[in-house]
Write a protein that binds this ligand. Sequence first.
Ligand code: ZN
Length: 134
Amino acid sequence: MAGFPRPVPEPDRDTAPFWEAQNRHELNFQRCASCQAVRYPVGPLCPKCYSFDFNWITSTGRGMIYSYTIVRHQTHPTFSAPYTILLVEMEEGPRIIAQLRGADDSAVAIGRPVTIAWDDEGDQSLPVFTLDGA
Ligand code: ZN
């Protein structure tokens, strides 16, 4: 999508590895080294046990649609409607928000499996999803 507004991440000590992994087409999560909780978004400490120790894990890229919305009202010239925003529960547990690509809106359903793909426009690759079997 030409001209599509892009996020401008401001990586810091905690988030830089996350953004760098996305440019390698890897969705990485933090796994707490103490309680093993997988967490997202990236942060300095575990929200469950308050440990600062963690390891990076790479998502399989597979998940299922937890919820979604179809945007039918165009609010910005570069966001050509309709488009679909998914809330996807990844196999590792975290839920992430990203656009659906390459499928008709009528095929979207809660519980449907999806696989991550990558939007490489601009300097930062971003996750999008495609429907499995579509
Ligand atoms: Zn923990």
